[in-house]
Design a protein around this ligand. Structure first.
Ligand SMILES: [Fe+2]
Ligand SMILES: [Fe+2]
Length: 235
């Protein structure tokens, strides 16, 4: 299974320029659509990504930095199913319908495409209030891999749930882990817990933050992947 990074913002400077968010192509599923549609489309052209292959869209959560390219994408492929958390606000559901997409509300863990699952909606308390987020789980020869948008419910909670539902063979955990505002001790604890859960490989991106990402590199020296926009990781 191929994981391709379409667009990503992870530095403070990128955040300031609103060049923020993340977007992946996971097999034939488009997972999140970045925070700026101009850059989303620029990268699609630049990296010659064939979006006609996309059969489904999944949106991790409704934050702007994960939904900007959605409207434009749906207009190019009318009738595409968009998997969203059932408790997502009305606005996103309306946007999907208004642009010819079909919102599919996710509650529990469910299959989206062959070997690609939503882990189901998880509740997250944030400084801005409650929000709901889903992660993807991908099955490959290596085991199960977890792909997150922002991981607002907590990356350890997410992986723990994946272990409970899919079993102990968690190969890789990839995406935004939302560790950028944590203390060093908190981050150390998170990474140790991921090791205890048996995570073999990590790909820290987006809101993981540069400090936490370098700690991952230290603790997972051989198995901390790096992926630039346009790049592919085989899971
Ligand atoms: Fe985000
Ligand atoms: Fe977010």
């Amino acid at each position: 299974m191929k994981l391709r990074l379409i667009a990503e913002g992870s530095t403070k400077r990128e955040r300031k320029a609103l060049r923020w968010g993340v977007s992946f192509l996971v097999g034939n599923v488009l997972f999140d659509t970045f925070g700026r549609s101009d850059i989303f489309w620029k990268n699609i052209r630049r990296f010659k990504i064939d979006l006609s292959r996309v059969k489904h869209v999944a949106i991790s959560h409704e934050d702007w930095d994960h939904t900007a390219g959605l409207e434009g994408f749906l207009r190019t492929q009318l009738g595409t199913k968009v998997y969203i958390c059932a408790k997502t606000g009305k606005e996103l559901k309306r946007l999907i319908r208004a642009n010819g997409g079909i919102p599919v509300e996710v509650r529990k863990t469910r299959r989206i495409a062959p070997n690609i699952y939503s882990l189901g909606q998880m509740r997250a308390g944030t400084g801005r209030g409650i929000l709901y987020e889903q992660a993807l789980v991908v099955k490959s020869r290596n085991g199960f891999s977890v792909i997150t948008g922002c991981a607002h419910p907590g990356i350890v909670r997410i992986v723990r749930r994946a272990v409970k539902i899919f079993g102990k063979k968690i190969y890789a955990v990839c995406g935004g882990f939302h560790m950028k505002d944590n203390t060093h001790e908190e981050n150390k604890k998170i990474i140790t817990e991921l090791q205890t859960l048996g995570v073999r490989k990590v790909l820290p991106l987006h809101c993981t933050g540069a400090v936490a990402a370098s700690l991952f590199k230290k603790i997972y020296p051989q198995n901390c992947a790096v992926l630039r926009e346009g790049g592919t990781l085989t899971l």
